[in-house]
Design a protein around this ligand. Sequence first.
Ligand SMILES: CC(C)(COP(=O)(O)OP(=O)(O)OC[C@H]1O[C@@H](n2cnc3c(N)ncnc32)[C@H](O)[C@@H]1OP(=O)(O)O)[C@@H](O)C(=O)NCCC(=O)NCCS
Length: 343
Amino acid sequence: MTRVTVRPFGRGDLDAAAALAAEAHRNERERHPVLVEGLAERGEARDMLAKWLENERTDGAAAFDGDVLVGFLMGERMAGAPPDSYMGQLSHPRTIRIGPRDHAVAAGYDATSVSRLLYRELAAGWVAAGYYNHSVHLIEGNERLQEAWFNLGFGRTVSMAVREGTGPVAGAQAGDIEVREAGSEDVEVLVGLARTLGLHHIGSPIFMYWPVLPEHDAMARSLFSSLLEDEGNPHFVAYRDGEPVGLTSFLKQGFFPPYVSPEKNVYLFMGIVEPEAQDGGVGRVLLDRGMAWAREQGYERCSLHVLMANYSGEPFWSANGFQPVEYTLERQIDERVAWARGG
Ligand SMILES: CC(C)(COP(=O)(O)OP(=O)(O)OC[C@H]1O[C@@H](n2cnc3c(N)ncnc32)[C@H](O)[C@@H]1OP(=O)(O)O)[C@@H](O)C(=O)NCCC(=O)NCCS
């Protein structure tokens, strides 16, 4: 076999890359039916890749064995969401995002070495431009590409998990708990519970940047106020002796990536139980109430994001039927490389 070579992705590479992307999508959709149908077609996969090519923030590379395209990689430079919004401040500024359909290696080729060459080609420019945080999204079960990215120093940080069905939650009982749907008068209750969620994520072993400073409370207040104006975003609060002890909330317009179908799929936004009330059934009661609402609305599945280091959230969702569909893998480059060369 000749040595694989890499060069920048060009328009002429679209057909061959789309064929690889569509085939991967077809295979992964058999395992995860919640993936959108369209990308299994070469035409749709080609349109998606062509859009990437036109996007001035996207860089791409293609790998060849002779004249045959055997792999490709595309990544988008994300400068960062507007900083003055509650969700915007949680996303990493200046990050590279590689979606699950933006990278493929043909069968029969060593995914680890081809991915390494492709990443090498693109990462040089990203790091030179000050993009030190790189993330790759993979569909669950793609061990071959996952191995390739693990070997490049990436680690799993987040999963998008889906519960098929909105049936009742087993064992949903907790003494003296009352669940009420929040109205606009309850915004401060939600801000307080969101602070608890932030503190949990800042703590060990998650160490996520989720600030709970006064200026961030103001952002939370405006987020909750606008969500509660709309009927499709219920926030269910659990009370014990009149005190709020937990929250489970849903968004009509969730954070669905474009390759996951939002059809009859409700997005679970926040789930939190105050530490002193945890592990006593409150979370299950709240989820059960949420699922009852979702059934009434005709939803057939529920999706959420959870950090892999979340020692209570991850096992809770998993025990209640949420299965990972997508993983985010992340690498934070050592910024000292910027000056280590000297001169
Ligand atoms: C996840 C959470 C909402 C669950 O609510 P809860 O009232 O504690 O959960 P319940 O008592 O109904 O269910 C208990 C189950 O939750 C999980 N769990 C809760 N606390 C846990 C802990 N400290 N360690 C490990 N698992 C825990 C386990 O799966 C447990 O089942 P088990 O007893 O059979 O092991 C709550 O623990 C919490 O607020 N955690 C911190 C915030 C968070 O992670 N939110 C989710 C963000 S994606």
